[in-house]
Ligand binder design. Structure first.
Ligand code: MRU
Length: 342
């Protein structure tokens, strides 16, 4: 969200974590302030703050909130990190950021310096994310040189990161360079991150955006209008299999069938090299009512069961290229991924 008057997705101000409340967009642009670890945990779980990199940054600041309301011990900070790790299971950026915070706790012998060191580490994680997004934008834009129309799913933009995003960063980059580029955004059932958030932030930036229901993507791709599909990721295994918002996998299948390139954009903090392939990625199952009673209106009979996995896994062989802050991984596989990250 490159507009300067828009509040930052997250900010640490006066010892508190201030978040754009993404559950309220696009109806209203309001912030929510977290003063405690528990409030941060709740904000992550309720998707007030969401998107893999943003969850990691929020959790890093959340650890610092163990300082409220009384002077904390090292154990309080460690407990905060353990608790925040239970907020959501799929995005590995959460665990990556918390491991960095735990590293600082373990390495600091002077207890009186610990709070400041933790704040500094959280700020560094936040700053590094800005830099990573900018570089993903730069590298990804080389793939979109001749692209007019891009299809995306969920929200992997400035609202999902510190700024610029991952999947949307190359689009912002092209737009800034004066390239005419248009975005088609799947609405992304059940929580509508595409319709509510991607469409909102692209409109703010003056980039033309068209929202479609998820089931329209097939005929849109068949029409020949889409030049490329680009999405983010929550966790990428060592062989390049990538977990992202539910509905990403069918989009990759459709893109391959229609010979449209399918790109995944993610920082190196989204890779989990401990997992050989995508089968080991934990997939979050969310509450029934997100599907059965959107906005409190019951649309499914009480007797019916409901499925609500928040993510799916796209096999690496359906991904034409992974874009990271370091560059491009064309035709990702185990060797290409490990070479790129080493
Ligand atoms: O459930 P969400 O809204 O946190 O899911 C977000 C996504 O699936 C994003 O595509 C992913 O985290 C990448 S964000 C740069």
């Amino acid at each position: 969200m490159p507009k300067s008057q828009t509040p930052e997705t997250l900010a640490f101000t006066d010892g508190k974590l201030v978040l754009i409340d993404q559950t309220r967009l696009p109806q209203e642009l309001v912030t929510l302030t977290c003063s405690t670890v528990e409030e941060t945990h709740d904000a992550i779980q309720r998707l007030v703050v969401r998107g893999a990199p943003a969850i990691g940054i929020a959790a890093a600041y959340g650890v610092c909130l163990a300082a409220a309301p009384s002077p904390p011990t090292r154990q309080d900070f460690l407990n905060a990190a353990e608790h925040l790790a239970t907020s959501r299971p799929t995005a590995v950026n959460l665990f990556w950021a918390l491991d960095r915070m735990k590293g600082v706790i373990e390495a600091t012998t002077d207890d009186s310096a610990l709070y400041q060191k933790l704040i500094q580490e959280a700020i560094t994680i936040h700053d590094e994310d800005r830099e990573m997004c900018k570089n993903i934008g730069r590298h990804g834009a080389t793939l979109l040189k001749d692209t007019k129309c891009v299809l995306t799913h969920c929200n992997a933009g400035g609202l999902a990161t510190s700024m610029w995003g991952t999947a949307l960063a190359p689009i912002y980059h092209c737009h800034q360079q004066g390239q005419a580029i248009e975005v088609f955004a799947d609405e992304t059932r059940p929580l509508l991150q595409g319709g509510r958030l991607t469409a909102w932030e692209l409109s703010q930036a003056g980039i033309p955006v068209t929202v479609l229901t998820d089931s329209m993507a097939g005929s849109l791709l068949r029409s020949g209008k889409i030049d490329a599909v680009i999405v983010g990721a929550d966790r990428i295994a060592a062989n390049g299999d990538a977990a992202n918002k539910i509905g990403t996998y069918p989009l990759a299948v459709l893109a391959r069938y229609h010979s449209v390139p399918f790109y995944v954009a993610a920082p190196s903090s989204t890779f989990d090299l401990a997992l050989a392939d995508g089968d080991g990625i934990p997939i979050e199952e969310r509450k029934r009512d997100e599907v059965a009673a959107p906005q409190g209106i019951c649309i499914v009979p009480a007797a019916a069961k409901v499925m609500n996995p928040a993510f799916d896994v796209t096999p690496a062989d359906l991904i034409d290229c992974i874009i990271t802050e370091r560059g491009l991984i064309p035709k990702p596989d185990r060797i290409a991924v490990t070479t790129h990250l080493s």
